[in-house]
Design a protein around this ligand. Structure first.
Ligand code: ZN
Ligand code: ZN
Ligand code: FE
Length: 764
């Protein structure tokens, strides 16, 4: 038999393919497949030439996408076939120009295995050195002061390299070749442990040991990490965790945890192979993991770390300092953002001593400045794929790609969990998570983040996009920029962000459910079904509207949503229904006041919000009347679901002749009230409610009769809802799309706003 003739394959790849371990990946893949040729960086991306049999070359092509490194993103892959040149072996060639700078700013990356080996090796000159890093790991985004990305343009500029480090930096075969932030004990940054007054009490290795002792003794230590301060306590110490809750003013909201190892995590949570990969990835995010049903948790973490929560948010150590500390402690720690409530995290030690006074007992600090705050990212698996819920460390500021437009557009996002975004030709850069724009501190960070775009991406926006909500601080900011403004409806932006990350083309049906968003009719929207056409959108349907007594107060008090919805059906009779928990929870005066508000239309705006419906059901079920953090009631309702009744559901009534079409939830509410009175367990009620909501999605998809269905909005952080909706849509022959790389919550708005403006420009 004749062997098939050899072929040469020429590949050009654009996207996030430099500084992310892409060339070594191609090298290993080619060697494994026995292919000859080379790979190199170019100004546009990566070039590859390979020789082998056509079948193996095809296999190689598909493996690039399926096996690429976690940080890599392929925007465009072009290839051509040619006559073989007779290559022997496979090599990584030198870049086209020796000093080529990529315009891409890379995220901060978790300590790699090679560096980890060095800090554990007593013979190595970086033994136990907390600032060890290399070409594949370490700080990037958090230390860059300007472009190009070069040591003088980072906060490492103040640490001149010693001869040993310089030799590594200049040697092309060294794994620290051109690694800008490299350092060693002789030339790099150092640790200090400060007391609450900012007085140094220990240095270097001793500072790590003392910190471990303090944590063992129940102290709260603020640690200067990669992108800001973290507050650390022993996660098994109930009293210490409660003390941290008290000092931080954080009643029930779950704390993030850092575990010393995967094995320890498996004692309290189930970890799938996908989840293990996420925990272990270069991004090293907080991963939301299912708690084991029968775990003997209390000797590993106290329940106070995440009261009545089905998940634990867990990460593995991601800097050498974390590794050293957890090696010593051999137990999980709470590692929550070093801030007050929802403010941006502290990043400077002198600032921390002031802002965290009264919270931290000690401060473990160092002298490598952090230029910009970068929180820990949060990821979880949904519909079999990772979904980012908070996008920051490890992911920001990697770009998204869209059709190229000459004008740069700045988008300022929304109000809660905010991000900003900017477009630069065919790239859209979304900022790291900023937080809620509620305080002066967050307003300042927000402005700094936008100023950053100018510094890091050398861009001057011609248009600024903002939400149509008249009272968002971000909208006020946009108005002050002096740049021409374009206002974008909240739910439209949500859907566009999901379309953009999935590259879905119009037309599609966009289903956007969240708590609150300003509608074009000036009422509060939040349960929206939008038809997205080529340039714009129309409102196909929404949930039946109801009044929210007290307006904004209802966000904190689910019982107000319940009473508003019940009032819509039963009128003032509801105030006599003393067996219903929301009514039961009212004092006599509250009962009278709320009744008056609703009857006389005082401070009772109408809403079509789906989020408030979830609140209403949680309240009627007697689960929660008042929340201590955003989304708490809906979360508890989700956690209560009895997974054994996937078929049971309440009905909805759809009024098709209305414009927009109305999805009437009154049969759901009546069903819940009846079931509650009949003593049906909450788990069953919750399952029936969730299923009814998912069925409403499919019913509307059938009415819209459009193949592509895009789901977005904070409600879809609810995993059961998302997975059920996706499953039912697929079964009914639709193609569902959901968020993976962009949060479904308001963190995704900025991307959607940029796209909205691009679409309106294209129309002209
Ligand atoms: Zn490394
Ligand atoms: Zn050195
Ligand atoms: Fe929203």
């Amino acid at each position: 038999m004749k062997t098939p003739p050899l072929q040469r394959l020429i590949i050009r790849i654009q996207g996030v393919v430099q500084g992310v371990g892409f060339r070594p990946f191609i090298y290993r893949l080619a060697i494994d497949m026995g292919l000859a040729g080379w790979v190199k960086n170019t100004s546009k991306g990566v070039s590859i030439e390979l020789e082998g049999s056509p079948e193996v070359l095809n296999e190689f092509l598909s493996a690039i996408e399926s096996k690429k490194p976690p940080l890599a993103y392929i925007h465009k892959l072009e290839f051509a076939r040619a006559e073989p040149k007779g290559y022997r072996g496979f090599v990584i060639s030198a870049s086209e120009t020796a000093d080529e700078k990529t315009a891409l700013v890379l995220p901060d990356i978790a300590t790699c295995r090679d560096c980890l080996r060095e800090i554990h090796d007593p013979e190595n000159r970086r033994y136990r050195y907390p600032f060890t890093n290399c070409t594949n790991c370490g700080p990037r985004f958090s230390i860059i002061t300007a472009l190009p990305y070069d040591r003088p343009n980072t906060t490492m500029a103040r640490f001149p390299m010693c001869d040993d480090c310089r030799a590594e930096y200049e040697n092309p075969s060294d794994r620290r070749y051109h690694a800008q932030p490299i350092a060693c004990p002789a030339c790099g940054p150092h640790l200090e442990l400060w007391d609450s007054q900012g007085k140094t009490v220990a240095r270097n290795d001793e500072a790590v040991d003392r910190t471990a002792e303090l944590i063992e003794n129940g102290m709260i230590v603020a640690i200067k990490g990669l992108g800001g301060f973290q507050l650390i306590v022993d996660a098994v110490n109930d009293q210490a965790v409660r003390e941290l809750r008290k000092r931080k003013g954080r009643e029930d909201k779950p704390f993030a945890l850092m575990f010393p190892s995967l094995d320890t995590i498996r004692k309290v949570c189930s970890v799938s192979e996908d989840e293990r990969r996420l925990l272990d990835s270069p991004q090293s995010p907080i991963v939301l993991l299912n708690r084991l049903e029968n775990a003997v948790e209390h000797n590993i973490v106290t329940p106070a770390v995440a009261p009545s929560n089905r998940y634990l948010g867990i990460m593995l150590p991601y800097t050498p300092l974390h590794h050293l500390l957890l090696d010593r402690l051999e137990r999980p720690i709470v590692a929550t953002s070093g801030n007050l409530s929802d403010e941006p995290i502290c990043k400077d030690e002198n600032d921390a001593v002031v802002r965290l006074a009264g919270i931290a007992d000690y401060y473990l600090v160092h002298n490598r400045p952090i230029i910009r705050h970068v929180d820990d990212s949060i990821v979880r698996m949904v519909c079999g794929q990772p979904q980012i819920l908070r996008r920051a460390r490890g992911f920001a500021p990697l770009p998204f790609y869209a059709a190229s437009l000459p004008q740069s557009i700045l988008a300022v996002g929304g109000h809660l969990k905010n991000t900003a975004a900017v477009s630069v030709s065919d790239r859209i850069i979304i900022s790291q998570h900023i937080g809620d724009l509620e305080t002066e501190e967050s307003a300042r960070t927000f402005a700094e983040t936008i100023a950053d775009f100018g510094i890091l991406h050398n861009v001057r926006p011609k248009l600024v996009a903002c939400d149509i909500h008249p009272e968002y601080a971000s909208t006020a900011y946009a108005q002050k920029t002096g740049i021409e403004i374009r206002k974008v409806q909240h739910h439209y932006a949500h859907i566009l962000s999901c379309m953009a990350e999935n590259e879905v083309r119009a037309p599609c049906l966009g289903i956007c459910w969240d708590g609150t968003g300003y509608g074009i009719d000036k009422t509060i929207w939040g349960g929206e079904f939008l038809i997205i056409d080529q340039f714009d959108f129309s409102r196909l349907a929404c949930f039946r509207r109801f009044k929210l007594p007290g307006g904004e107060t209802a966000v904190r008090e689910p019982r107000r949503s319940a009473i508003g919805a019940l009032y819509e059906i039963y009128g003032t009779d509801v105030f006599e229904m003393m067996d219903l928990p929301p009514i039961m929870s009212l004092s006599e005066i509250e009962n009278k006041n709320i009744k008056r508000m609703l009857a006389q239309n005082i401070n009772s705006p109408v809403t079509s919000s789906a989020g408030r419906l979830f609140d209403a059901i949680a309240s009627i079920c007697g689960m929660r009347q008042i929340c201590t953090f955003e989304g708490q009631a809906a979360m508890e309702l989700e956690f209560a679901i009895d997974a054994d009744c996937p078929e049971n559901s309440y009905e909805t009534a759809i009024q098709q002749d209305a414009d927009p079409v109305i999805i009437d939830w009154s049969p759901i509410l009546e069903g819940v009230v009846a079931d509650r009175r009949a003593g049906i367990p909450i788990g069953k009620i919750s399952a029936k409610f969730h299923n009814a909501m998912a069925h409403a999605i499919v019913a509307m998809a059938k009415i819209a009769n459009i193949q592509n269905v895009v789901i977005s909005g904070g409600c879809f952080q609810n995993r059961y809802l998302s997975e059920t909706a996706v499953k039912l849509l697929k079964n009914a022959g639709f193609i569902p799309w959901w968020h993976r790389r962009i949060p479904p919550n308001d963190g995704g708005l900025s991307l959607g706003q940029v796209i909205a403006v691009q679409r309106s420009l294209r129309r002209k």
